[in-house]
Design a protein around this ligand. Structure first.
Ligand code: MSP
Length: 503
C-alpha cells in the first residue's frame, strides 16, 4: 500500500483561530480523506506552535503562565478542528517534552557540524513576527511581512549557515519543478529570495525565555521557526542518531500544506535545515491562498473576524466545509460573507444535491416501495448520464492530484446537475401513469446509481452528508463506477439541507 504523509502548518497559540486558519485544516482533511478513499496508507499531522515572545507577552497580559496560556488556546484549536470533523491522525504541540528534547539535539548536531555558529546580531527586529530584518529588507522603514514598526536591536546569537545551502537549494528546486505549488510561487521564491543571495539565519534569541533552551548555552532559546518546522519530523520519531520505523515509513512528507505567507519558511529554511541533517526533502509544499472576509483581510481590530464554530452553529458543519472547499480558488484569494454562504447553501446544497436525493428516494419509495433493480430497459438518454458517472473517478482524481479541490467538487456537481436534468427529460411521473413500470424502474435505478457514486466521491468534502446519503440509499457498495448489478431497498427520505431564508 502506498503511503501518503500530509501536514498542515501548526497554528500559533496566540489567539483562537478564525475561519481563515480553519480553512487550512479542512483543505488538508479533504485531501487526506480522498487519499484514504483511494487506498493510501495516510498519515495526517496537525497541531500547534506554542513558543515565542508574543505568547510570553500575551500570557503576562492575562496574568497567567505561558504554559497555562498555550494549554488553553491549544485546546480551543483542537476543539475547532474536531468541530470541523477533520480526521487528523496526530495533533502535535511544540511544548511536548519529546519534541523539545529532539529540537535541542538537532540544534547541537548542526552546531557540532559547523552549520550553526555563535555571532552577534544587529538589525531591525519585529516583535510580532519575531524576525530580524536588514535595512534593505524594510518596506518604508517597517516590517516587510506585517507592516508594523520595527526596533533596532543588537544581541549575541547563533546563526545557521543558510548561505552554504544556496546552490544546493537552487539545484533542488530547478530539478523538482513540482516542489512548490502553485508554480507561480516558485518563481517568486527563486527570484525574490534565493537568487538575490541567502544570508545566514539568526536561530536563537536571548531577549525572552519562552522557548526551547539551547542546552549547551541556556541563556539562548531556539528561534521559533527552527523549533516549529522540525515538528514535521520529531513527531514521527526522528532523532539525530536514531530513527523510528514510523519515520522510515512516512518520511519524506508527500505534502506540506501551508498558507501563502509562510511558503518562504517551508521552501528555503526548512529544506536547508533538512539538508544540514542529511534528511531527504519533502515532495511538495502547497502555499494555498487566503480566505478574505468581504474581500478584506480578517482582523480583530477591524471587527470582521469570522469563527468556524459560530458558522457551524448557524449553517452546519458540511455547509461550512463545502463553502470553503468549493469557493476558494487554487491560486487566488477567496471570499466569505453570510450572503455568499446562504446563496451557496440554497442553490447548490439544497437545490442541486438535496433535491435530487430527496426526489429520487421519494419516487423509489412511492412507485416501488423502495425496491429498485436494474430492469435494463435502456434508452439513448441514459447513455450520457452513465458515461458521466463512469468518468467521475478519473475527473475527480485528476483534479485532486493537481490540488484543484474546488474543481474536483465541481466535477461531482456536474453529475448531480446532469441527474436533475435527466429527471426532467425522463419524467418518471409520466412513466408511472403509462404502465411502463420497467422503464420507470431503469430510470430510477440509473438515478440511484448516479447518486451513490456521487456520494462516494463527496465523502472527502462533506463526510456527514455522504454518510446520510448512503444511509438513505441503504447500500454498502462504495465502488467508483456505475454498478449495474446493485439492488436497492432504500430507506425513508430525509431532507439533507434546508433552504435558508435571506435575512
Ligand atoms: N505557526 C506558524 C506556522 C508554523 S508551521 C511550521 C503560523 N501560524 S498561524 O496560526 O499564523 O497560521 C496558521 C496557518 O493559517 C498558516 O498556514 C497561515 O498561512 C494560515 N492562514 C492565516 N490566515 C489565513 C487566512 N485568512 N486564510 C487562509 N489561511 C490563513 O503561521
Amino acid at each position: 500500500m502506498d503511503k501518503f504523509y500530509i501536514s498542515t502548518a501548526i497554528a500559533y497559540t496566540s489567539a483562537k483561530p478564525h475561519i481563515g486558519n480553519t480553512y487550512e485544516i479542512v483543505l488538508a482533511d479533504s485531501i487526506a480523506r480522498f487519499k484514504r478513499l483511494k487506498g493510501y496508507d495516510v498519515y495526517f499531522q496537525t497541531g500547534t506552535d506554542e513558543h515565542g515572545e508574543k505568547i510570553q507577552i500575551k500570557a503576562n497580559e492575562k496574568g497567567c503562565t505561558p504554559q497555562e496560556y498555550v494549554d488553553d488556546i491549544a485546546s480551543q484549536i483542537k476543539n475547532i478542528w474536531d468541530i470541523m470533523n477533520t480526521s487528523y491522525d496526530r495533533f502535535v504541540r511544540t511544548t511536548d517534552e519529546k519534541h523539545m528534547e529532539v529540537v535541542q539535539r538537532i540544534f547541537k548536531k548542526m552546531y557540532d557540524k559547523g552549520d550553526i555558529y555563535l555571532g552577534k546580531y544587529e538589525g531591525n527586529y519585529c516583535t510580532p513576527c519575531e524576525s530580524f530584518f536588514t535595512d534593505a529588507q524594510l518596506v518604508d522603514g517597517k516590517c516587510p511581512d506585517c507592516g508594523r514598526p520595527v526596533e533596532k536591536k543588537s544581541e549575541e546569537a547563533y546563526f545557521f549557515r543558510l548561505s552554504k545551502y544556496q546552490d544546493k537549494l537552487v539545484e533542488f528546486i530547478e530539478n523538482n519543478p513540482e516542489f512548490i505549488q502553485p508554480v507561480a510561487r516558485k518563481n517568486e521564491m527563486m527570484n525574490n529570495f534565493i537568487k538575490v543571495g541567502l544570508q545566514d539565519l539568526c536561530v536563537s534569541r536571548t531577549s525572552f525565555d519562552w522557548g526551547i533552551p539551547v542546552d549547551f548555552n541556556p541563556k539562548h532559546v531556539v528561534y521559533v521557526w527552527l523549533d516549529a518546522l522540525t515538528n514535521y519530523i520529531t513527531n514521527i520519531g526522528y532523532d539525530v542518531d536514531n530513527q523510528s520505523e514510523e519515520f522510515k515509513k512516512y518520511w519524506p512528507a508527500d505534502l506540506h500544506l501551508v498558507g501563502k505567507d509562510i511558503i518562504r519558511f517551508h521552501t528555503i529554511y526548512w529544506p536547508a535545515f533538512l539538508m544540514s541533517l542529511d534528511i531527504p526533502l519533502p515532495k511538495k509544499v502547497f502555499g494555498h491562498p487566503w480566505l478574505l472576509m468581504d474581500n478584506d483581510k480578517m482582523s480583530k481590530s477591524k471587527g470582521n473576524v469570522m469563527y468556524a464554530d459560530d458558522l457551524v452553529k448557524e449553517y452546519g458543519v458540511d455547509a461550512v466545509r463545502y463553502y470553503v472547499l468549493s469557493k476558494i480558488p487554487f491560486q487566488n484569494d477567496g471570499n466569505i460573507t453570510h450572503e455568499l454562504l446562504t446563496e451557496t447553501i440554497n442553490s447548490e446544497l439544497a437545490n442541486v444535491l438535496g433535491n435530487l436525493v430527496n426526489r429520487t428516494i421519494s419516487m423509489a419509495k412511492k412507485y416501488f416501495d423502495g425496491k429498485v433493480t436494474n430492469t435494463k430497459i435502456s434508452e439513448d438518454v441514459d447513455i450520457e448520464l452513465i458515461r458521466m458517472v463512469n468518468e467521475l473517478d478519473k475527473n475527480v482524481t485528476e483534479k485532486m492530484d493537481e490540488l484543484h479541490i474546488g474543481e474536483a467538487i465541481e466535477a461531482i456537481f456536474e453529475v448531480l446537475k446532469r441527474s436533475n436534468k435527466y429527471i426532467d427529460e425522463t419524467t418518471p411521473w409520466v412513466l408511472a401513469k403509462s404502465e411502463n413500470k420497467d422503464r420507470l424502474e431503469t430510470v430510477l435505478f440509473n438515478l440511484l446509481e448516479s447518486i451513490r457514486v456521487c456520494a462516494v466521491f463527496l465523502q472527502p468534502y462533506i463526510p456527514e452528508t455522504s454518510d446520510k446519503i448512503m444511509e438513505q440509499l441503504n447500500i454498502e457498495d462504495k465502488s467508483f463506477g456505475f454498478n449495474e448489478n446493485n439492488q436497492y431497498n432504500v430507506n425513508d427520505p430525509h431532507p439533507l439541507f434546508l433552504r435558508i431564508e435571506k435575512k
